[in-house]
Design a protein around this ligand. Structure first.
Ligand code: GTP
Ligand code: MG
Length: 205
């Protein structure tokens, strides 16, 4: 897919104030620092569309970016990081769960996980929560440039095995990406393109 336009539209913490056009929307979620904002820039080939930082907690709002005039990418704050109490660190911020629970335009959530890390409880819990709320999601493994091909394969197999050993009957669709190496771009955009096609076929019917 060619990205002709990628435009920042609005930031907020209230799902009711998100753009109200009936366009398909894809949200990027995961632990702080996993590379959500970097991935959005990589996919759109825009260096600083989404704000990036080496320090966790950079993205603090729900950010809507309109792509090619007819779909949205959404950059979200990370979970699992808070300078406040341990208790609030464990829970997902209310406005983020509200966004997922109420956003009708959301067609797929991309849950990002750092390919170097073992499955983390907070990611597992978030995926379970998405499942319970019937929200479709895929896993995006990030920072694949940090591992060699064999280690990538091992990491993915171990991750998927743990999912299947848990509550999931089958492994979700997944993608392997590196924002610094531009890896996985065509796969993720191809997936989005296919969903968009379905979406517009249905709405034109
Ligand atoms: P928050 O907004 O704080 O939740 O973080 P985020 O998930 O948006 O992460 P962000 O894109 O800001 O990236 C965090 C750090 O990881 C930055 O230092 C990035 O340069 C680095 N990073 C992101 N993607 C990659 C990648 O594919 N490879 C490598 N090596 N580093 C990456
Ligand atoms: Mg961010």
């Amino acid at each position: 897919m060619h990205i002709k336009t990628a435009t920042f539209i609005i930031s907020n913490t209230d799902v009711a104030k998100c753009p109200n056009e009936p366009l398909p929307e894809y949200a990027f979620i995961g632990r702080s620092n996993v590379g959500k904002s970097s991935l959005i820039n990589m996919l759109t080939e825009r260096k600083s569309l989404a704000k990036i930082s080496g320090r966790p907690g950079k993205t603090q709002l729900i950010n809507h970016f309109k792509i090619n005039g007819n779909w949205f990418l959404v950059d979200l704050p990370g979970y699992g990081y808070a300078r406040v109490s341990k208790k609030s660190k464990k829970t997902f911020q209310k406005y983020i769960t509200d966004y997922f629970a109420k956003r009708e335009q959301l067609v797929c959530a991309f849950v990002l996980v750092d390919i170097r890390h073992e499955p983390q409880k907070i990611d597992m819990e978030f995926m379970e929560w998405l499942g319970q709320n019937a929200i479709p999601f895929c896993i995006i493994f990030t920072k694949a440039d940090k591992l060699k091909p064999k280690a990538i394969e091992r990491a993915i197999n171990a991750y998927l095995a743990e999912l299947i050993a848990g509550v999931w009957e089958e492994a979700p669709q997944y993608f392997v990406t590196s924002s610094s190496k531009k890896m996985g771009r065509d796969d993720v955009l191809g997936y989005i393109d296919a969903i968009n096609d379905e979406f517009f076929k249905k709405t034109l019917r």
